[in-house]
Write a protein that binds this ligand. Structure first.
Ligand SMILES: C[S@@+](CC[C@H](N)C(=O)[O-])C[C@H]1O[C@@H](n2cnc3c(N)ncnc32)[C@H](O)[C@@H]1O
Length: 204
């Protein structure tokens, strides 16, 4: 959150590290890029201002892979959530007059990744309905973190993962985000903790 105050939403962006956000799971992205080969398709559900998806696209580029990357976000923020009912994305939504879609898109372009990342401004569940089952190698969920929302995201996107592919998510933290841990435990009992605060389910 301090990143917002320091840089502002209109501050120049040249690389993903310049983008405001809380992203810290680069190792998971690097593992996915190394694991999946050319022709794979990845989805990130919940992009905010693009920090994590621009990192992913850069990791794909550095890895020399031909992997399509789709980002899905309402660009309207998650609203108040978490222990303090913090509206973490609210300032960015307000800054854009009700949407941060322009800032997200600007950041992707500014990182030189417009050819690597496709953005879909949509609700998560509505977006999932657009795609065939088993059409993605890796889908990462980082949208709203309450129990019903994570359950709905898992139900919508799990069928879209191909066999041997990964469904994962951020903020697997029982203290900060009990809804995430509860939803994953109930919907995907075979899921495992992955890296520091991620969860991952490998589709049989
Ligand atoms: C935690 S942020 C994503 C952070 C980003 N992955 C990163 O690490 O830089 C959560 C995002 O989910 C989006 N979101 C919340 N509910 C959503 C929904 N139902 N469908 C799509 N996006 C949603 C919010 O707009 C917000 O941008």
């Amino acid at each position: 959150m301090s990143g917002h105050a320091m840089s502002g939403f209109d501050a120049p962006v040249r690389r993903w590290q310049d983008i405001p956000g809380w992203f810290q799971w680069r190792s998971a992205q690097e593992e996915a890029v190394a694991h999946f080969g050319d022709g794979a398709r990845f989805v990130e559900v919940g992009c905010y201002l693009g920090k994590s998806i621009c990192s992913l696209a850069e990791a794909v580029r550095v890895g020399g892979r031909d992997i399509a990357i789709l980002g899905v976000d309402t660009a309207q923020g998650s609203g108040p959530e978490g222990r303090g009912a913090t509206n973490a994305h609210g300032p960015a939504v307000e800054h854009g007059g009700g949407t941060f879609a322009g800032t997200l898109h600007r950041n992707v372009i500014s990182c030189g990744l417009a050819d690597s990342v496709q953005l879909l401004i949509s609700d998560s569940v509505a977006a999932a309905r657009l795609f065939d089952d088993e059409s993605f190698a890796w889908i990462h969920i980082d949208a709203r973190h309450d129990y019903p929302s994570v359950c709905a995201d898992i139900a919508a996107w799990a069928p879209k993962v191909r066999r041997g592919g990964w469904l994962s998510g951020d903020d697997y933290d029982d203290y900060q985000w009990p809804g995430v841990v509860g939803a994953v435990s109930d919907a995907l009992p075979d899921a495992q903790r992955w890296w520091s605060t991620q969860w991952r389910w490998i589709k049989p």
